[in-house]
Design a protein around this ligand. Sequence first.
Ligand code: FMN
Length: 289
Amino acid sequence: MTSAEVDLYQAILARRSVRRYERTPLEPEELAQVRAVIAGVRPLITENRYHVLLRDLPAASDLTAALGAYGRIANPPHVLVPYLLGDRHPLVDLGFRTEQIAVRLTALGLGSCFIGCLGREAQVRARFGLPPSTHVAALLVFGRPSGATAARAVNALVRELTGATRKLPAHRVFFDGDFSRPAAPPPDLAPLIEAARHAPSAVDAQPWRFLWRDGVLHLFVRRRNPRYGPGRSQSYRLHDGGVCMGNVALALEALGRHGSWIVYEDDEADLLEHPESLAPLAHLELERQ
Ligand SMILES: Cc1cc2nc3c(=O)[nH]c(=O)nc-3n(C[C@H](O)[C@H](O)[C@H](O)COP(=O)(O)O)c2cc1C
C-alpha cells in the first residue's frame, strides 16, 4: 500500500464521531479540500442525483437541539446537508455516499458527526430550502476537533482518538456458509469486515450482518433495531447499511482491490435463506485478486 492508501485505511478505522469543535471556521483552502472530497464521492446507484450543501453555522446555533436530535454537539463551525433526488434505495445511497465524505474528512485531520433527521425531513427541507421531493437522512457537522493540534497526519488523530470501542467484533457479525453460527472471516475478507464493523450508525445500533457464501459477500441488516426507536427511525437500518457499504468500498480502494455493491431488489432477495429477523440489503461482487 502507498502511504495515501495506508492513510485511507487508517482513517476508516480511526474515525470516531467528534462532538466538540474549535469554534473557528476552517480556512478557505481547507474548505476547498472539503469541496473536492464532496466532488469525488462515488455513487451506489448511478441514476440517483446526490448533492451536498455546505453551510457555516452561527456561533450560538445548537443544530442538534433545533432538529430535535439526540446528544449535544458543541460548536461545530460548519455543516453538510446531503440530499438525494431519485427513488431507488435513496437511504442506502445517502449513507453510502456521505460516509465517504466522513472518512475522507478524518484523513484530512477534520472531525465530523452525523446528525440523523429521519422523521424530521420536512423541518430540514424547510430550514435549508430543499424541494419536497428530495430525500434527506442525516446532516454531517464538521470542523477542527477541539483540543486537536494542527497536525493533519491521520496518525496524530489515531492517537488522540483511540479508546475502547463498543463495536461488535467481527466474529459476531460475520457468518460463513449459512447462519448457523458466527465465524471469523477468512484472511482475504478480514480487512473488509474490519472496515465494515467500524462504521458509524445512529445510536450505535450496528444493524449489519454478513454472510459469505460461494464467493459472494451478502450484507443483511436487522429488521427491528430497538435502539433506533419507533416509527420512521427504524429506517436508519437502510441508511446505516449504506454507511457500512461505504466503508467497504473505501477499504477496497485503499487495498487496491476491485468490487462493487449491488443492492437487492425485493423479489430476488427472497432466494437467500436467512433468519426472519434479518433483511438482505446488498451483495458485493469482488473481482478476483
Ligand atoms: C445516521 C446517523 C445519525 C446520527 N445521529 C446522531 C445525533 O443526532 N447525535 C449524536 O450525538 N450522534 C449521532 N450519530 C453518531 C452515532 O451516535 C455514532 O456514530 C455511534 O455512536 C458510533 O460512534 P462512532 O461514530 O464514534 O464510531 C449519528 C450517526 C449516524 C450514522
